[in-house]
Design a protein around this ligand. Structure first.
Ligand SMILES: *[C@@H]1O[C@H](CO)[C@@H](O)[C@H](O)[C@H]1NC(C)=O
Ligand SMILES: *[C@@H]1O[C@H](CO)[C@@H](O)[C@H](O)[C@H]1NC(C)=O
Ligand SMILES: *[C@@H]1O[C@H](CO)[C@@H](O)[C@H](O)[C@H]1NC(C)=O
Ligand SMILES: *[C@@H]1O[C@H](CO)[C@@H](O)[C@H](O)[C@H]1NC(C)=O
Ligand SMILES: *[C@@H]1O[C@H](CO)[C@@H](O)[C@H](O)[C@H]1NC(C)=O
Ligand SMILES: *[C@@H]1O[C@H](CO)[C@@H](O)[C@H](O)[C@H]1NC(C)=O
Ligand SMILES: *[C@@H]1O[C@H](CO)[C@@H](O)[C@H](O)[C@H]1NC(C)=O
Length: 312
């Protein structure tokens, strides 16, 4: 009876242990860099990036240069071998190029109808970017602002161009301070699934922004008001020292503050465990078919283990 009880406890520990591994939380560190939630490098992160050998966050083969409350900035160095299909990794489940981009394309079959066109000599002399063809203009491919908020792969495919040479992105620097244009960057808008009406950003003192995702479903983003820090998702906004502007992930800070929550969590875990064990033992105290089936199962298992150990 004692060995059976012991066996039961071991089984329970194994089950509890394995569920803990499944619920592993988001790890935001890659080498010396720490990203704010919901970005990170482990399974628990909603927006999962890859950590390169050189310690840079990556989306596919593109390196991530900056993260802001609404955008991911990705490097897109000029390259004459890049086809439209090579852009696929940037169209993720929870991010996509936003309309503040213009893609520089070459080898187009149709004349550009909208967007701009740039003479290759301009890129070469002003920006030291060698264009792919010496004749013909480089087309900037952009979309109408009021149709949608994001590019889709289909938009790029319909451009009639074969090569995606580089990209430029627009960013308003500050109110009334003009717009900055960055070459060789793509700006991706990001979101998490769910409507602002269902999500509880306000519980974290954060502001919820509704996002209409490229597939038409609803998304949202939580962000902290200006001069507050935190991610607004899992850590509350506060006047503190964590988040986008600091090396410190807010989830690390949160852990220290919420020791009480963890105690509560372990308590409930222990109580569940005790209740389940008691229930099981009570069941075994009565002479019943389940009891016999259980004991024979356990005996068989113990024999199997003993045999295996003997031959090992
Ligand atoms: C990370 O790498 C894996 C394996 O190479 C790949 O399947 C996944 O798409 C990559 N994720 C991102 C965001 O690049
Ligand atoms: C990242 O973006 C923020 C907000 O736009 C900006 O203040 C910061 O300078 C950027 N960092 C880099 C490295 O570009
Ligand atoms: C394009 O590919 C060719 C060969 O595949 C290589 O020699 C060339 O350097 C590449 N050009 C760029 C800009 O990567
Ligand atoms: C552009 O397309 C033409 C054929 O349409 C091809 O001969 C040429 O090599 C292409 N240029 C580049 C840089 O791929
Ligand atoms: C964009 O908005 C303008 C006026 O604001 C309207 O005339 C035009 O039809 C809109 N375009 C699309 C594609 O909805
Ligand atoms: C926010 O969460 C509370 C409980 O945590 C819930 O009662 C409330 O309905 C939620 N609000 C929204 C808008 O989902
Ligand atoms: C970030 O980390 C570097 C070195 O790890 C340190 O020098 C710097 O002061 C840190 N910045 C902040 C804002 O903590």
């Amino acid at each position: 009876m004692v060995s059976h009880g012991l066996f039961l406890i071991l089984v329970m520990i194994a089950i509890v242990g394995s569920t803990n591994i499944v619920n592993a939380r988001c790890k935001g560190t890659c080498d010396r860099l720490t990203l704010p939630y919901p970005f990170g490098f482990s399974d628990g992160c909603p927006i999962r990036l890859n950590c390169s050998m050189s310690g840079l966050p990556m989306i596919g083969d593109f390196s991530v240069k900056n993260l802001t409350v609404d955008s991911i900035f990705v490097a897109l160095t000029h390259n004459c071998n890049r086809t439209i299909e090579d852009m696929k990794p940037l169209f993720g489940e929870l991010y996509a190029p936003s309309l503040e981009n213009a893609f520089l394309m070459e080898n187009c079959t149709r004349r550009p109808t909208d967007g701009c066109s740039i003479k290759p000599t301009f890129l070469e002399s002003q920006l030291q970017m060698k264009s792919c063809e010496t004749k013909g203009n480089i087309r900037c491919f952009s979309l109408d602002k009021n149709t949608t908020k994001f590019f889709t792969m289909e938009d790029l495919r319909q451009s009639s161009c074969r090569l995606l040479f580089s990209s430029l992105t627009f960013e308003s620097v500050a109110l009334n301070a003009g717009v900055a244009v960055e070459f060789e960057r793509v700006r991706l808008g990001w979101w998490l699934k769910g409507d602002c009406r269902e999500e509880n950003c306000s519980e974290k003192n954060a502001v919820c922004s509704q996002v209409v995702t490229p597939d038409g479903s609803s998304g949202h983003r939580c962000s902290c008001p200006e001069s507050y820090e935190g991610d607004g998702f899992i850590s509350s906004c506060r006047k503190g020292q964590c988040g986008l502007t600091s090396n410190r992930s807010c989830s690390d800070v949160e852990d220290e503050d919420t020791g009480l929550d963890m105690v509560g969590f372990y308590w409930s875990l222990t109580m569940t465990y005790v209740i389940v064990c008691t229930g099981f033992l009570v069941l075994l105290c009565f002479e019943s078919p389940p009891r016999q089936a259980w004991f024979s199962l356990v005996d068989n298992f113990i024999h199997l283990v003993k045999r295996t150990l003997r031959y090992a």
